[in-house]
Structure formats: structure tokens, C-alpha cells
Design a binder for this molecule. Structure first.
Ligand SMILES: [Zn+2]
Length: 473
């Protein structure tokens, strides 16, 4: 019996935020771990720590479920953009790609590329990029991320494996490019679906269960109905999650109606993709009808507040995130690649603030809602809520310790709210996944940072050379 297994690891002296059904908080508690799972959680006075167990003293810090980054592009972590200047090199990043509601033709073309120009493209370089992303995820208290596509999915999975993290890996899929009123097929649907099927065979449930494979529709507007149908069939057959960028830009709905007769969300619903296996990334432009349909089907929406406002998408002004939260849409949170969004902790800061500015109230996306988005919400989107997202007996021992000794937390009575609203990634001191300590006292234990920095530098130098425009500007 699990509860009779002697604890191998004990986290004590923690302010434990369980996220269990009662949302219980234990101000001075202990978590025991054996076999990678939680065997006991409770007040210090009630939980005896066996002698042989390794003890980690949380020193009064928050002990939280490991955060779930529901949208990351780990393989796109290293770019040469700030070396070559994205604005000076239009073939890398057209200056108007996402401005003014989005250059939809350009976005469809980019969506059909196997690898984005300006980013690490070889499997070797992608693995370095992904490992760098894993390092930053761990430093942010993230124990699981969902990959959104870009670069070799196998290389990303290998980085996840060596880092000790948990992840859902996917491989980019899109097949249509528009040019004015024209539309042409850029990728073969059967080949895309076969590649996704192979990825599931290779990685789903692998690495002691830490790696799962998911399906990807990189951008719905660049996907044919055949690709949507085939993806739905694969998702049903293998019971795996689907990630897709949709309803992200102001120009998207009108453009989609012109080329496909319906909006992206309408096409997903028509293809039978509306279910709890679907996660809609960004999704700041749903209609009220879409919102009701998503609630009814259990569709997840992943909010990427920082990248959305940086890019800029303009959807905060639509006010749909507070509306979706009120309607009961399953919400998660993602950083949309760390080089763009920053740490997941920053996503918590931004999600809890940007909507208040728009509505001029304190109501939308309060701290407890945002914290749930980053824990249970992400776990639900990943299809992993039976294993992660809360600190409960029997669940995987995925947790993070947050130092709350500083003046951003003290004196104070609402440490979770302080973490959500003004916490920083550097507050995270210790991260544990499946009972294995990946970071302790802010030192990464599974990644050689100096070695990785050297490899990352070499990748970016090569990118800089290969991305330089022919004119030499
Ligand atoms: Zn994305």
C-alpha cells in the first residue's frame, strides 16, 4: 500500500497550499514522498518524518503544487532576433506580422514552416534551445509544460527527459497558405498526421510517465478541414490533447470567413474537436456563442497575457477573459515561449492585473483564480489532473517552494495573493518533480548551466551567421 511505504523525502516547515477539493491551506505543514508520489500531507504535529527520509526545510516558505505552463515553444527558445534586429530583417519577422490585427497571409505562411527562420532549426540546436527553456521553467517553479510547436519534437522530448521535467510534446502541423484571395496547400495532410501518430508511438507515456505526446494544429486558419478531421480522429483514438492557436487576432475571424466560410472556433466545433481534449491558445476573440459552446464541451482556453500584450494582439480590450471566467470556461495560463513572455510567474502577475485596468474594477481574474489557472487549470488542459495540479495523497510529488521572507510578502496574511500579484521567479528556491529534486536553494541539479550557456552561445552565433540578410545589413 502506498501509505505504508516509508517516506524517502520530506518537505517540512512549509506553508502548504494544497489546491485540494477544499482548497485547504496548512500554515505549518509537512509533505511526505515515496516512490515519486505524495504519501502524506498535513500539519507538522500530525505527520511524523521517518529517520531515513531526506528532509528539505521549506523555512516557512510557500509549498505549492508545481506550476503548469500550458503553452510554451521550448524549441524556439533561442533566436537571433535581438542580434540581427527583427525589424530590420523582414523575412524573419515581417514588421506587420502581428500588428494592426495581424497580417493573416504572412501568418498562414509562417504556420506552415517546419522551422521558423531566425530560430534554432537542427535537432541538435533545438535540443539546446529546449534545455535552456527547461532551465528557465524550473527556475520559475514550473514542473510541467505543454509544447506549442516549433523545432524537432524528439529533440524537445529529449531535453525534457534529461531535465527531469514533465511535459506534453507536440509537432507543428498546418497545411494551407493564403495569398490575397488565393489559397494553396503547402504541406501534405497524410504526412502531417503520420508524423503526429509516430510521435504518439514514440513518446506518449514514456520516460517513467513524465512525457506525453499531444496533437498540434499550429494555427486553425492555416489548417484544412481534412487536417482538422484527421486530428480529431487521432485524438479520439489515442485519447491525447490538442493545442491550437485560434481566435488570437482582430483580423482573424473575417479572414477565416472569407477563406473557410466560418471562423476558426466554428470550424473546430464543426469538426467535432470541441471537447475536454482541446486547448485553444490565446483565444481572446470568441463570441458569446463560442463561449457557451466551449463551456458545454469542456474546451480549455490558455491565456498568455504577457506575449499577447507585447505582440500586440489587442484582445484585452475585448474583455473576453473576465467574461470566460464568469461563464465557467476551463482556463489555464502559458508564457508562449520564455524569450517572449518571460517566466510563468510574470504571467501570474500580468493575468491578475491587465484585465483590472480594462474594466477599472478589482473583480476580474483575482489571485485565487489565476493561481488555479496555473495549477489545476493547466493540469486539466494537459489531461493530467488525476496526477498533478494539487498536493494530495497519491498524486505525483510535483511541487515548488517559494521563499516568502522578503518585504513583498512580509508582514502579510495573504502569501498566495502576494505570489500571484508581486511574486518573482527568483522567489522560487526548490523544485521537485515525481519526487526528484531538480532545483534546491536556487541551484539547478539536473542541468549544467555553464555548459549549457556555452552551447547556447554557439547556437545563437551560428543562427546570427546564417540569418544575416544577403545584403549584409
Ligand atoms: Zn504560441
Amino acid at each position: 500500500m502506498l501509505v505504508n511505504t516509508p517516506a524517502e523525502l520530506a518537505v517540512r516547515n512549509g506553508y502548504i497550499v494544497t489546491m485540494d477539493a477544499d482548497r485547504a491551506v496548512i500554515p505549518d505543514g509537512t509533505v511526505l514522498v515515496a516512490g515519486g508520489r505524495i504519501t502524506e500531507v498535513g500539519p507538522a504535529a500530525d505527520v511524523a518524518v521517518p529517520g531515513p527520509a531526506t528532509v528539505i526545510d521549506a523555512d516557512g516558505g510557500l509549498v505549492i503544487p508545481g506550476l503548469v505552463d500550458a503553452h510554451q515553444h521550448a524549441g524556439m527558445f533561442l533566436s537571433a532576433f535581438d542580434r540581427i534586429g527583427a525589424g530590420r530583417y523582414p523575412t524573419v519577422a515581417p514588421p506587420g506580422l502581428l500588428h494592426g490585427g495581424g497580417d493573416m497571409d504572412a501568418i498562414s505562411a509562417v504556420s506552415c514552416l517546419t522551422n521558423f527562420p531566425g530560430f534554432a532549426t537542427s535537432p541538435e540546436a533545438t535540443e539546446v534551445a529546449a534545455l535552456a527553456a527547461c532551465a528557465e521553467e524550473i527556475r520559475s517553479g514550473v514542473t510541467c509544460f505543454s509544447e506549442g510547436g516549433g523545432g524537432s519534437a524528439d529533440a524537445i522530448a529529449r531535453a525534457v527527459e534529461s531535465s527531469g521535467l514533465r511535459a506534453v510534446v507536440t509537432s507543428m502541423a498546418a497545411d494551407l497558405v493564403t495569398d490575397g484571395d488565393e489559397i494553396r496547400r503547402a504541406n501534405d495532410v497524410d504526412e502531417l498526421l503520420a508524423a503526429q501518430d509516430d510521435l504518439i508511438d514514440r513518446w506518449h507515456g514514456s520516460v517513467d510517465g513524465r512525457v506525453r505526446a499531444g496533437l498540434n494544429l499550429f494555427f486553425v486558419g492555416a489548417c484544412s478541414d481534412e487536417l482538422l478531421d484527421g486530428t480529431e480522429a487521432l485524438s479520439s483514438a489515442h485519447d491525447v490533447q490538442i493545442s491550437t492557436h485560434v481566435a488570437a487576432l482582430a483580423n482573424e475571424a473575417e479572414w477565416s470567413r472569407r477563406h473557410h466560410g466560418r471562423t476558426g472556433l466554428e470550424r473546430l466545433a464543426d469538426a467535432g474537436l470541441f471537447s475536454s481534449r482541446l486547448g485553444c491558445i490565446h483565444c481572446g476573440y470568441p463570441t458569446a456563442h463560442d463561449v457557451q459552446a466551449m463551456v458545454g464541451a469542456g474546451v480549455h482556453v490558455v491565456h498568455c497575457p504577457t506575449s499577447t500584450t507585447v505582440l500586440p494582439s489587442g484582445y484585452v480590450d475585448r474583455g473576453m477573459f473576465p467574461a470566460m471566467e464568469r461563464a465557467g470556461v476551463s482556463l489555464a495560463i502559458g508564457n508562449d515561449t520564455t524569450w517572449l513572455g518571460g517566466s510563468l510567474v510574470r504571467q501570474l502577475n500580468d493575468a491578475s492585473s491587465i484585465h483590472k485596468d480594462r474594466t477599472m474594477t478589482n473583480d476580474p481574474l483575482d489571485a485565487s483564480t489565476v493561481f488555479e489557472m496555473a495549477t489545476l487549470g493547466g493540469a486539466r488542459f494537459c489531461g493530467w489532473a488525476d496526477e498533478i495540479g494539487s498536493l494530495e495523497v497519491g498524486k505525483a510529488a510535483d511541487l515548488a517552494i517559494v521563499d516568502r521572507s522578503g518585504f513583498r510578502y512580509q508582514p502579510g496574511r495573504e502569501p498566495v495573493r502576494r505570489f500571484v500579484e508581486v511574486g518573482e521567479a527568483s522567489d522560487v528556491t526548490t523544485v521537485i518533480v515525481a519526487g526528484r529534486v531538480l532545483m534546491r536553494d536556487r541551484q539547478l541539479l539536473t542541468i549544467d548551466v555553464d555548459d549549457l550557456m556555452g552551447r547556447a552561445e554557439a547556437v545563437v552565433e551560428e543562427l546570427e551567421r546564417s540569418s544575416r540578410p544577403p545584403s549584409g545589413r
